[in-house]
Design a protein. Structure first.
Length: 385
């Protein structure tokens, strides 16, 4: 199989490395010669380090590089079996790209997009043969993150999603199949991790350091929500939130925060800019959390109830099956356990009681419980039992 990748940024070059490591010939295309040169050097450096650590042999590193063709010439795609784009997250840009792609490739070449939140159906609609278009969404950094979301559009031919799932599995990744809805699985279900943490902060219930402490020390999450938003970058995280909110017809569950919007507007993107919720500049002193376990448990319970409710609603609306929802959250965002499993452990009735208490307090649709959660409680059942 020969694979084409468009876009040599961190995501595109990471995907190219994954596929070349799996034994396929890869054409990595970028019209920007300097970006292409940087990608080539980055992959070489990564493979050299892996060989030095004994993770691969020097011969294997050389073979991987031999399978990579760094090119500015789109005519290289004429013999590709699969082309995957990893360009800017802009629908019009992607639609134009896919129109042009169809003129370069064979009639049976699969066209894939690495979009994290745009409609696959809208991208496919730009093509003469939309049935060969599909979403294959990697997470950054692609060589390290195991999860890949496979998203068929309504136009995608039957069987293509399973074919791509098997192919991605052969690359050593963990594929899950998701419905073409905003945010797919991960970027939909994970929204309350950021959104509810921001709400708690804006209400003055706790500061950012305390909320992060509660989620890591008491909840077992690898990063607190504010540390994670700073790590991802507000230029990415805020814009995805904004996109998901608009795509869900402004459902209040996905409402962005003015606090994060102001950071984004100020150019305080997080680690990459030296400042976000935290100050990362040299000599800056990080704030200390208030290690009050009762307050911490209150924070954890509230955010977790919202996360579980989102996962349950994704299951109810058949965004994905329960196994794939669990895999998405443990392998895609490294949650300490699957959210449906967590719901069963806490007791669905406990989760529902917390959500109903929030709804009673705020009278906001944001806190409405999923009908499936109510059904499971009513039937005294569980999600994974």
């Amino acid at each position: 199989m020969i694979v084409g990748i468009i876009g040599s940024g961190a995501m595109g070059s990471g995907i190219a490395q994954v596929i070349a490591t799996a034994g396929h010939k890869v054409h990595l295309l970028d019209k920007n010669a300097q970006a292409l040169q940087r990608a080539a050097q980055s992959i070489k450096d990564t493979l050299r380090k892996m060989a030095a650590k004994g993770k691969i042999s020097e011969n294997e590193a050389a073979d991987i590089l031999d399978r990579l063709n760094f090119t500015e010439n789109n005519q290289e795609f004429g013999n590709c079996d699969l082309v995957l784009e990893a360009v800017v997250e802009d629908l019009q840009v992607k639609q134009q790209l896919f129109k042009e792609l169809e003129l370069m490739v064979t009639g049976d070449c699969v066209l894939a997009t690495n979009t994290s939140s745009l409609s696959i159906a809208s991208i496919a609609a730009a093509c003469e043969k939309p049935e060969r278009v599909i979403g294959i969404h990697f997470f950054n950094p692609a060589p390290l993150m195991p999860l890949v979301e496979i998203i068929p559009a309504v136009q995608t031919r039957d069987g293509l999603a399973e074919e791509m799932k098997n192919l991605v599995q052969s690359w050593g990744k963990v594929p899950v199949i998701a419905k073409d809805t905003p945010g797919f699985i991960v970027n939909r279900v994970a929204r309350p991790f950021y959104g509810e943490a921001l709400r708690i902060y804006e209400e003055g219930i706790a500061d950012i350091a305390t909320i992060d402490w509660a989620m890591t020390e008491l909840g077992g999450f690898r990063m607190g929500p504010f540390t994670l938003m700073d790590f991802i970058g507000h230029d990415v995280n805020y814009r995805v939130t904004e996109s998901v909110f608009a795509s869900f017809f402004y459902d209040p569950r996905y409402k962005p925060s003015f606090t994060q919007k102001r950071l984004y507007e100020a150019g305080y993107f997080g680690r990459k800019s030296g400042r976000g919720f935290y100050n990362y500049q040299e000599g800056a002193v990080l704030p200390e959390p208030t290690k009050d376990k009762e307050l911490g448990q209150q924070i954890l319970t509230r955010i977790l109830a919202m996360l579980i409710n989102e996962a349950v609603d994704a299951l109810a609306l058949k965004v994905a099956n329960k196994e794939d929802i669990e895999l998405a959250m443990t392998k895609g965002v490294n949650y300490p356990k699957g959210l449906l499993d967590w719901a069963d452990e806490l007791g669905p009735e406990h989760v529902l009681a917390n959500l109903d208490a929030l709804y009673k307090e705020y009278h906001e649709d944001r806190y409405r419980a999923s009908p499936l959660l109510r059904k499971v409680v009513r039937e005294n059942s569980t999600f994974l039992g």
